[in-house]
Design a protein around this ligand. Structure first.
Ligand code: P6P
Length: 334
């Protein structure tokens, strides 16, 4: 039985490949894992403790009870604001950038995150997740600025997510492959369970909210019709799997192969999902795993956000399936 490899050991061993590393980046990843453990503990108690609404009451610890997504947001902020590793943060829960308090040292990294994506599903005990993206500080300003957050996706130094499901897993890439760690709650450690994840070049699962079919452009409708048309030689029809929780749908397709689609429609001309802290980190992961991520016209990682909460169409998963969608959208296939 090989020894269990904790996420801390894995991060430190990866750091050894960079002789000039100061350890800040490794410590930042570990800080995120620490925050994830706290969030996991709260999420897993959601059905037991009334933490679904801001009740204003005090819970057994004498703390003000918060909604889960606010709790997750505050947990990440408090775990990272004082460490001296970040110059600023950006969160799905905050309109503007989150500055590092003046009393704390300003670091050289930027953290953009969705603290708890899919939290509306928690009542039904559906898996939800935290998604994060890390950039280097690039501005010449003394503290972090909006410029430091609005960088091209390919500039990310790390992207990852934590999925709070049947078990809690942290999956991340720092540009050297994709690695998954499963939380062992009995010892409070994330242990390496999925080293060097690779996604199949072609899958047989498609994930989308087909309730929006009538609102989609013709190319997407034709693609959905295509994957549903029986053709044994090309493994069609694909299986329809849609949880309605991005991290859960993405994680399943990453491991099994397949394609997740959130197209634009008449009510969401840029789609629903966010570029900076949803599409970008998942795109980094999927490309490192051998897949692809596109907005239909270009790779997600080639885009540069113009504002923190910019939305983007998202087609992400197995490489050949993503390229198929692009061909239906640009008219080379019908
Ligand atoms: P729809 C959850 O609300 C979320 O932001 C993602 O996690 C998920 O992929 C998407 O929205 C689901 O959206 O419109 O299908 O309910």
């Amino acid at each position: 039985m090989p020894p269990a490899i904790t996420i801390e050991r894995h991060i430190l061993e990866t750091q050894r490949a960079y002789p000039g590393a100061t350890g800040d980046f490794s410590a930042l990843l570990y800080d995120i894992a620490f925050a994830a453990k706290i969030i996991s503990s709260s999420v897993n108690k959601a059905g037991l403790v009334d933490i679904m609404g801001l009740t204003g009451d005090e819970n057994v610890q004498g703390e003000l009870v918060q909604k889960l997504d606010e709790l997750a947001n505050n947990t990440i902020y408090k775990a990272l604001d004082h460490t001296g590793r970040l110059c600023c943060m950006a969160s799905e829960e905050n309109e503007g950038i989150i500055e590092i308090p003046q009393r704390f040292k300003c670091g050289k990294y930027v953290l953009a995150f969705d603290p708890l994506d899919g939290s509306s599903n928690i009542d039904a005990n559906v898996s939800i997740g935290t998604i994060f993206s890390i950039f280097h500080k690039v501005s010449s300003a003394e503290r972090g600025t909006l410029e430091d957050c609005l960088q091209q996706g390919r500039k990310q130094v790390a992207g990852g997510y934590i999925i709070y499901g049947s078990s809690t897993m942290m999956v991340y890439t720092a540009g050297n492959g994709v690695h998954g760690f499963t939380l062992d709650p009995s010892i409070g450690e994330f242990l390496l369970s999925h080293p060097n994840i690779k996604t199949p070049q072609r899958g047989n699962i498609y994930s989308c909210n087909e309730g929006n079919y009538a609102k989609w452009e013709n190319g997407i409708q034709k693609y959905i019709d295509y994957v549903k048309t029986p053709d044994k030689a090309s493994g069609r029809p694909y299986k329809s799997r849609y949880i309605g929780s991005l991290v859960a749908d993405f994680h399943r397709n990453l491991l099994y192969g397949g394609i997740f689609l959130y197209p634009p429609d008449k009510s969401n001309p840029l789609g629903k999902l966010r570029l900076l802290y949803e599409a970008n980190p998942l795109a980094f992961i999927v490309e490192q795993a051998g897949g692809a991520a596109s907005d239909g016209q270009q790779d997600i990682l080639d885009k540069t956000a113009r504002e923190l909460h910019e939305r983007t169409p998202l087609y992400i998963g197995s490489y050949e399936d993503v390229r198929d969608i692009e061909s239906f959208l640009n008219g080379t296939r019908s």
